[in-house]
Ligand binder design. Structure first.
Ligand code: HEC
Length: 192
């Protein structure tokens, strides 16, 4: 009889232990995700700051046309330099200049979602998305179109600049943007 009570007590405690274990597990997952998000944000900041610096310096030194060539070399270099520790750092867009930046399915869905969320009034700071699965962590953050971007991504691009872009990127789609549009997004993934 005593044995029976002990046994059933054990059984009745089991769900409590299990839910405790689940809670611990999900706590670990969220704190894992947010520490990955932290890492992703640092990489994005570095990418944005370095590229903006290079771009501004290049425009100042040699004008827009030489800045295009510098962007072509520097953007992938900076992305590669930040792609360490199983991270892949890149940029993407619904309308790309460099074909290597074409969005995959998750990125395209996320960019579509960003468009809707922006129409609903969200700020650029809010336009981020993360996904944690068993084998990867992914993070995207929208990139706003600023005034300086219009010279190479806007509606009225100088004829010579346009010609040079077409020469370097015959399939360029990344024009026609206005200030405040979503130009694209930083997209990062980490293999787990
Ligand atoms: C001097 C011209 C120039 C200016 C100014 C410029 N870009 Fe670009 N942008 C480029 C070029 C060239 C590429 C392709 C880079 C590559 O080959 O990876 C590019 C690519 C991009 C991409 C990657 C997706 C794609 O289309 O391939 C994003 C995102 C982007 N630019 C955002 C911006 C933003 C935001 C600004 C303003 C802060 C800006 N650009 C200003 C020339 C420019």
């Amino acid at each position: 009889m005593k044995k029976h009570i002990q046994y059933s007590l054990c059984l009745s405690l089991l769900p409590i232990f299990m839910s405790f274990a689940n809670e611990q597990d999900s706590k670990q997952k969220t704190s894992g995700a947010s520490s990955y998000q932290q890492e992703a944000k640092i990489k994005i900041n570095t990418f944005a700051t370095q590229l903006k610096g290079q771009l501004q310096q290049a425009i100042k030194a040699g004008g827009l046309i030489s800045a295009i060539d510098i962007c072509k070399v520097q953007a992938p270099l900076i992305a590669n330099a930040l792609s360490t520790d199983s991270w892949q750092v890149a940029r993407t867009s619904l309308k790309v200049r460099n074909h290597n930046n074409v969005a995959d399915v998750w990125e395209k869905n996320t960019l579509d979602e960003f468009t809707i969320r922006k129409e609903d009034g969200q700020t650029f700071k809010q336009l981020k998305q993360e996904q944690l699965s068993l084998d990867s962590y992914r993070f995207m953050q929208a990139i706003p179109t600023g005034e300086v971007c219009l010279a190479c991504h806007g509606k009225n691009i100088d004829e010579n600049v346009q010609k040079h872009i077409k020469k370097q990127y015959p399939k360029d789609q990344a024009t026609g943007f206005s200030k405040g549009d979503i130009r694209g997004a930083f997209t990062l993934s980490k293999a787990l």
